[in-house]
Structure formats: C-alpha cells, structure tokens
Design a protein around this ligand. Structure first.
Ligand code: GAR
Length: 209
C-alpha cells in the first residue's frame, strides 16, 4: 500500500466537511483511505471547525486578513503556514476566502475546494441562496480544483440535490443541509480517490487514474 498523502484542510465555519474527512481517516485508517490530515488552518478564531481539529489532536493555525497590512501579505502568511506542514493536497472545506498569487503558485493543481452549487452556476459566497433566488429546480455541490478565478477551476465531481417548494420558507437553510449531506460523502470519496489513485488535469478535464 502506498504511503498516505498529507492533507491540510482550511475551514471558516462549522467544519462538518472536515469532520467527514476526519471520520473517514479514523474509520478506514490513513493507509487504506490514502490520506491523513496533518493540520487544519482557518481565517478566524473561535469556530467549531478548529474545535473539531483540536478534539482530533491535530495542530491548527489561524491567519486573519485584518492582522496583515495587505491582502498579499496575508496570502503569503497563509501559504507559509500551510507549507510548513508539507501537504500533498490542500482542501478548502468551507474556507470563505479567495487565496492569492503566492498561495496558488505553491499549491495550484493540488488545492481542492467544495462549493454548494452546480458550477459554473452560482459561484461565490452565496451559492445556495443564489440558486433559490434564480428559481433553480435542481442544485447541488461541486468539488473542483482552485484556479485564480472565483469557483472557476476544473471540476472533479458533482452531486445533485432537488429544490423543494418549502425551501423558500427558510431562505435555503434546509436545502443547504441536504446539499451538505451529499457534499460530505462526495468530498470524502473524491479526496480519497485523488490521494490513492493519482490524477491528471488536462485543460478543464480532471482524470483520476
Ligand atoms: C459547505 O457547504 C461548503 O460548500 C460551503 O460552506 C459550507 C461549509 O460547511 N462553502 C462555500 O460556500 C464556499 N464558497 P462546513 O463548515 O460544515 O463544512
């Protein structure tokens, strides 16, 4: 069995996608799953995602934009903190910041994001709300590589979720929960396959070997 790949996971909120990855590594074992989480980073303190990492005994780091003079300095600090753990793959699991040039120069092609809509529809910070406002009948989630656009990088996998009439009553909260159920399984599956099998990015097409 090949050695488990090293993952750094970035979070900004509740961290249920991070938890799904932690649970997969714990239940299958790093070698069988193909990857282990070596650190968790965030752009803010006091979030459940960091508590989940600490409960799992993992090192954490926080780099807040407001602590740096410029966005570029923050980006370089985030890249440095992430790089200190020598990751093979970096996973943005509900990380609500756009990274900059230095981060992409170091981790481009191995930086995976999960987004709560069927890209290229509804990119940005409000994927669930925007799909509802548009009146979409199906939406879902997209796991993709990050490039220098906003949610524009090559798509690795997608999951579909139907929109219900009652989803308009709570501004998409229940819809987002149904999306996240699909998303957690998809992310665990995709990260494991990328780590175990290897992959190629051919233009827009991602081929998992
Ligand atoms: C997920 O649904 C993820 O797709 C979304 O935040 C949620 C995080 O949930 N990310 C974005 O909207 C990024 N634009 P979690 O903290 O429970 O994993």
């Amino acid at each position: 069995m090949a050695k488990a790949k090293r993952l750094v996971v970035l979070v900004s909120g509740s961290g249920t996608n991070l938890q799904a990855l932690l649970d997969a590594v714990a239940s299958q074992g790093p070698d069988a799953y193909g990857a282990e989480i070596v650190a968790v980073g965030a752009d803010r303190d006091g979030i459940a995602g960091l508590e989940r990492a600490e409960r799992a005994g993992l090192p954490t780091f926080v780099r807040r934009v407001k602590d740096y003079g410029t966005r570029e300095e923050w980006d370089a600090a985030l890249a440095g903190a992430t790089g200190a753990y020598a990751p093979d793959l970096v996973v943005s699991a509900g990380f609500m910041k756009i990274v900059g040039k230095e981060f992409l120069a170091r981790f481009g092609g191995r930086f995976v994001n999960t987004h709560p809509a069927l890209l290229p529809s509804f990119p940005g910070a409000h994927g669930v709300r925007d799909a509802l406002a548009y009146g979409a009948k199906v939406t879902g989630c997209t796991v993709h590589f990050v490039d220098d656009g906003v949610d524009t990088g090559p798509i690795i996998a997608q999951g579909v979720v139907e929109v219900r009439n009652e989803d308009y009553e709570d501004e998409g909260a229940a819809l987002h929960e149904r999306i996240k159920e699909v998303e957690r399984k998809l992310l665990v599956d995709v990260v494991g396959r990328l780590a175990r099998n290897g992959y190629r990015i051919e233009g827009r097409k991602v081929v998992i070997q």
